[in-house]
Design a protein. Structure first.
Length: 103
């Protein structure tokens, strides 16, 4: 008897490999005395898809503590959203600062 299944096709064996999950990065919002709170909340809603209540909580946490975690994302998502938010703030004339750090 042959090792080929019916129809003559050969069976290719696969080896399973463990794929590590991607590294995660947190985005942090830094408080400043110049960027209006309403602008910060609007950025958190528009760019980071936060609910209005959560955006206000994140903004207030940064205001009271000096900085606050916006969210945890893969590197590409964290970097692109951080850049987009700081660019929008700069274009509006505000010094809003967000940065990423590996979890």
């Amino acid at each position: 008897m042959s090792d080929k299944p019916r129809g003559g096709a050969e069976v290719e064996s696969r080896t399973e490999t463990d794929v590590a999950p991607p590294s995660m990065y947190r985005v942090l919002l830094v408080n400043d005395d110049y960027t209006p709170r309403e602008f910060v909340v609007a950025v958190l809603i528009a760019i980071f898809q936060k609910a209005p209540e959560e955006a206000a909580r994140i903004m207030m946490s940064a205001h009271q503590s000096g900085k606050s975690v916006v969210g945890v994302y893969t590197y590409d998502v964290a970097a692109s959203r951080t850049k987009r938010a700081t660019t929008e703030a700069k274009d509006a004339g505000f010094p809003l600062l967000l940065y990423t750090e590996e979890v």
